[in-house]
Design a binder for this molecule. Structure first.
Ligand code: PLP
Length: 364
């Protein structure tokens, strides 16, 4: 029966493991019969969306019988203006996930190689494999991308390099100098995809300004999203910045109405809500400090985070602790081994997580 259904699936697809999203709050609450579970598992903005975005969303609803403006012209213009680029350098996606996939679809021929970290965003290898490419996975070094080791893997088949900066799940960053060196060693016809879903949170002065790299002519595709700092994960909208040629090529295979009109309207309003951004940054910075101090107090190793989550070594089976935390109504993410990834929440959520973790670790 099962075998029959499988007939017709591309052989390259068989090896793909489906992406595992964080457990939804409602699901856990239903399972436990409780109402007050907390989710620190998908790096969402704990403050929610900007009020301005919500107002724009409501206002746009009367036009729902119309197809969206396919390329999202108004939003692209606003994004271009914000970054001092041309609108032809901006492409919108149904989340920045879609733009990664579009890049793999556009730039890979069968057998072409995409270089990426071995502990990074799980979507890259899925998209690469789905579009007949080969993922070349380069070990991180001390939880950080290792651009030297990545450059050592360039071959004539290399077409893409994925750099998640700050990296998910480790929260670490590569520096301006490291990136510049990698770019200086880049062979012809290779595009570097800088996935900057968390760049708005980064405050290290060495964090690279990749839009400046782009303006100086570097072959980069910078990916940003409205799902994290802007609090619009449910609407599915993100954007890519690159040369007009790269954007034009991706537009050839972009489905015509990939981003919806309410999402475009809300994102446009969110972009200019500086107060919401400042508030989100502040709560994140405070939470990052609180969680770091708490982990240190519990004697746990964690990686320095430039993002809105922390990767922490709890020193024992992460899968078991993850499940025990679930029973206390706390959802985090178990990535591998003894490490958990915890999103930074509101102060009360962070305290509840630390308390639950302490209790779980004593139970053993
Ligand atoms: C959350 C996240 C994204 C953004 O995904 P969207 O599709 O824009 O919601 C991109 N890259 C990484 C590494 C992420 O963690």
């Amino acid at each position: 029966m099962r075998k029959e259904i499988m007939i017709g699936i591309g052989r390259h697809i068989e090896s793909i493991e489906p992406y595992k999203p964080g457990k939804p709050l409602e699901e856990l609450e239903r399972e436990l019969g409780i109402k007050n579970a907390i989710k620190l598992a998908s790096n969402e903005n704990p403050l929610g969306p900007s009020k301005k975005a919500l107002a724009a969303l409501k206002k746009g609803l009367t036009g729902l019988h119309r197809y969206p403006e396919g390329s999202g012209r108004r939003l692209r213009e606003a994004i271009a203006q914000k970054h001092k680029l041309k609108p032809e350098q901006v492409i919108l996606g149904n989340g920045s996930d879609e733009i990664m996939d579009l890049a793999a679809k556009t730039f890979l021929s069968p057998g072409d190689e995409a270089i990426m970290g071995d502990l990074t965003f799980a979507i890259y290898p899925i998209s690469v494999t789905a579009h007949h490419g080969v993922s070349v996975r380069v070990p991180l070094r001390d939880g950080r991308h290792d651009p030297e080791a990545m450059a050592a893997r360039f071959t004539p088949k290399t077409r893409l390099v994925f750099i998640c900066n700050p990296n998910n799940p480790t929260g670490t960053m590569i520096t301006r100098r490291e990136l510049d060196r990698l770019l200086s060693r880049l062979p012809q016809n290779v595009l570097v995809i800088m996935d900057e879903a968390y760049a708005e949170y980064a405050d290290d002065p060495e964090f690279p300004n990749t839009i400046e790299n782009l303006k100086r002519g570097a072959p980069v595709l910078v990916l940003r999203t409205f799902s994290k700092m802007y609090g619009l994960a449910g609407l599915r909208i993100g954007y890519g910045l690159s040369t007009p040629e790269v954007v034009e090529a991706m537009n050839r295979v972009r489905l015509p109405f990939n981003t919806n009109s309410p999402a475009q309207a809300a994102a446009l309003a969110a972009l200019s809500d500086e107060k919401h951004v400042a508030q989100s940054l502040r709560i994140n910075r405070e939470g990052r400090r609180y969680l770091s101090e708490s982990f240190a107090g519990l004697g746990m190793k964690f990686l320095p985070s430039q993002a809105n989550f922390i990767y922490v070594d709890i020193g024992r089976d992460g899968g078991a602790v993850y499940k025990q935390l679930l029973r206390k109504g706390v959802i985090v993410r178990h990535i591998e081994g003894t490490w958990l990834r915890v999103s930074i929440g509101r102060p009360a959520e962070n305290r509840r997580f630390v308390k639950a973790l302490g209790e779980v670790l004593k139970i053993k």
